[in-house]
Design a protein around this ligand. Sequence first.
Ligand SMILES: Cc1ncc(C[n+]2csc(CCOP(=O)(O)OP(=O)(O)O)c2C)c(N)n1
Ligand code: SF4
Length: 501
Amino acid sequence: MRRGGAVDEYTVIESKSPVFYATYERKSELQHQTHYCPGCGHGVVHKLIAEAIADMGVQDRAIFVSPVGCSVFAYYYFDMGNVQAAHGRAPAVATAVKRANPQSIVIDYQGDGDLAAIGTAEIIHAANRGEKITVFFVNNAIYGMTGGQMAPTTLVGQPSTTSPWGRRPLNEGYPLHMAELLSTLEAPVYVERVALHNNKNVMKARKAVRKALELQREGAGFSFVEILSPCPTIWKMTPQEARKWIEEKMVAVFPLGIYRERKLEPVADVVPQTTVRAVLKLDTVEALADAKGAAAEPCNDLCANIAGFGGQGVLLVGQILAEMGMREGREVSWLPSYGPEMRSGSAHCHVCISNARVGSPLVEHPDVLVAMNELSLNKFARQVGPEGVILYNASKLPANFPAPQAHVICIPAAEIADKLGSIKVANMVMLGGLLEWTNSLPKESAFAVLRSKVSNAKLLEMDYKAIEAGMEHVRELVRAALPQASGRGDEMGRSKEIVAL
Ligand SMILES: Cc1ncc(C[n+]2csc(CCOP(=O)(O)OP(=O)(O)O)c2C)c(N)n1
Ligand code: SF4
């Protein structure tokens, strides 16, 4: 702005979209600047997105899925919902975010290493499913953040740290054309490639960014904008040279233009949204009758690791616990883990049952470890804290087993199950022991779940008996150790000396 008629006096007016944070706190100094190199295209694309979001008035419902790569810290810039995805997984994360929040505007932002190499499968399937997200694909023909390895979009002849002689099709294949590739699919509604090599093209990019976001706002399907973007640092060029290189080299290989543009059609095929409880028919009259009266007393939260060999039914115990929790109206998670072989290999599952929402299904320090074999005992015992309990499937701990910090209850479940008619129900004996000790869920709920799963009446009867037997075994141990205790672990103060064997 010229002041007072003086020719050489100007006031510099800096303005920034309100969609950006006022200061970028990641940096210790120069918090008004981004961390991008001078001349980098990421900053330009950020600005175009921020302006569009502000003009559309959707900042309060926009969610940005940041990638891994130079733009990994996008969440330090955009004052909106932010999720950071693992490398290549942004389209899958964006899918979940959009499906869970259909009214949100979900932005999937990725570089070429991220989108076209590490996450090739994710982007193709998200596009093919027609996820109602907008993808901004920043193609700078190289892996920027990690120092310039070859990307799928690296040009033939272009040197990189992993192809110092220049990309050779015979050895490294040809550049991947993502805009063209995705536009062969049925579902995408809008696919365009733009570039940032001069102002005119930046304006075209601006238009494309807006269009893609507007389509999402209108409820249209998958929109994708590929942006040819300078990376002067890795290309070892000045910002001017980098822009020229895009114009002369990149555009020749990656032609600009619209590859797919569908008219916006009224959205009729809204995916039905329903709750897990409804899908599992947990609200039916029968299920409610089954569970009725079961949770007469308040139940404790539970984080458990059920471990053993595949075939010992450890995953099933976890599933039953999780379903019991659901029937009781609690928040639950079940996370199985097993090796390449399902039978005979090691298997375990993490189960959380809580009165509050479960933050993570991962259980690093279980309250309860059910160890169906010695291997699992050795592997996981140390994870159980002093307040926790280890239920071990044997009549005593192995010789030389180091004294654990947790309580230990040995239950000869295999023997008990054998006496009941089948060693197969050893897992139910352990489940009974767990229920008795933890007071986390009522046994009636376990019976109800079993009734819905086991059609063989004889086996069902054996399962009930096994659960009862496991409960009784723990009660006996507790009574023997502390005669005045009436049963449950929490009632007897959980003195580990009393029950440790
Ligand atoms: C699964 C996985 N593989 C590799 C990496 C290492 N890594 C981090 S950033 C990056 C390169 C990103 O390049 P690009 O997606 O092109 O983004 P740019 O930095 O150029 O913007 C790589 C390989 C990682 N974090 N995770
Ligand atoms: S390395 Fe390249 S992509 Fe990364 S910030 Fe610098 S110029 Fe941008």
